[in-house]
Ligand binder design. Structure first.
Ligand code: HEC
Length: 106
């Protein structure tokens, strides 16, 4: 079962509106994580990194991931992230990716 499918199941099972919104953000974060090619270096599970030196992000503090990613993108340290994308991820998108990564097992 893919993670996206699992998240969909979780989203379906949780009936409380706040939980549903949260789960939707998480699965959107998973989509964005792939869309912005983070997975190409940090691994689809956020820890089995295909790229050398790419740190595991799974289960990290979401605020830490958010701040670091924002800084990387602003300083253009993550230059390759921007290749092939029309524009870099917005703050809202980075937040969703961070929240998604924080839910992954370390
Ligand atoms: C071209 C490969 C590559 C891509 C694509 C990439 N990263 Fe990275 N990332 C790295 C490498 C290498 C490091 C570690 C070296 C460094 O600190 O610059 C890193 C470090 C990080 C860190 C810092 C972790 C820490 O604790 O210091 C965060 C957060 C991060 N990446 C998030 C992302 C996100 C989110 C994306 C997608 C928007 C992304 N990265 C895309 C290669 C990549």
């Amino acid at each position: 079962m893919t993670t996206l499918l699992k998240l969909t199941v979780v989203a379906t099972l949780c009936c409380a509106p706040s939980l549903t919104v949260h789960a939707a953000n998480i699965s959107e974060g998973e989509y964005l994580y792939k869309q912005f090619r983070c997975a190409e270096c940090h691994g689809t599970d956020g820890k089995t990194s295909p790229a050398k030196n790419a740190l595991p992000l799974a289960g990290m503090d979401p605020d830490h991931i958010f701040m670091k990613t924002k800084r990387f993108i602003e300083s253009r340290a993550h230059e390759q992230v921007l290749q092939g994308c029309g524009e870099p991820p917005s703050h809202v998108q980075i937040k969703k990716v961070s929240d998604y990564l924080a839910t992954l097992p370390k």
